[in-house]
Design a protein around this ligand. Structure first.
Ligand code: VGL
Ligand code: ZN
Length: 188
């Protein structure tokens, strides 16, 4: 697969709270950082999403939601992983800022689609955390927005609240029209 200037790398939620030691740790979540850093120089366009919840967000357990408090705006847990080569990110899109919606998708309540169109992007390559939530939702909505969509399976990790959730999410993304491949299949 050849990478061109109408492709964008999308890095979903590679944040401290989703890595081991964080509030909503994804097993081996930090392992995606090295894979993504290797991908960065191949892409002209790189956008990262950042889960960025206000205090009292409806997805938090103390509000009756499913998750421990995580990625609260302005906290270290919400910061991008320190080893991610942030200098190569062109844009950061904050999501989950609305109190009452989960904000899993990078497109939900954001201008991500408009930003991609403004850059002339036709195809997105989706990486990051977590396979079964925000990666899944972002990839499926990228397809719905009309972008050709590739999910790089070595550059994502699942929460797996229930065993098999990550595998099921892969199947769902593929069924929605995304292509699954690994970063090794990319030329540039
Ligand atoms: C995520 C659960 C809650 C994710 C975000 O980034 O996959 N999961 N908020
Ligand atoms: Zn969240």
């Amino acid at each position: 697969m050849n990478v061109s200037d109408t492709d964008a790398l999308i890095i979903v939620d590679v944040q401290n709270d989703f890595c081991p030691g964080g509030a909503l740790a994804v097993p081996e979540g930090n392992d995606v950082v090295a894979v993504i850093n290797n991908l960065l120089p191949r892409f002209e366009h790189v956008l990262a999403t950042q889960d960025f919840h206000p205090p009292g967000h409806s997805s938090f357990m103390d509000q009756g939601g499913p998750w421990p408090m995580h990625c609260v705006q302005g906290t270290d847990g919400a910061a991008l992983h320190p080893d991610l080569n942030a200098g190569e990110l062109d844009q950061i899109v904050q999501k989950g800022t609305d109190l009452d919606t989960d904000g899993y998708s990078g497109f939900a309540g954001t201008d991500l689609a408009e930003r991609l169109r403004a850059l002339g992007i036709r195809r997105t390559f989706v990486t990051g955390l977590a396979t079964d939530y925000c990666v899944r939702a972002t990839a499926i909505e990228a397809v719905e927005h009309g972008f050709e969509t590739v999910v790089l399976t070595d550059a994502i990790r699942a929460v797996d609240v229930q065993p098999g959730d990550g595998e099921r999410a892969l199947a769902e993304m593929e069924r929605a029209g995304a292509t699954l491949t690994t970063s090794e299949s990319l030329n540039s």
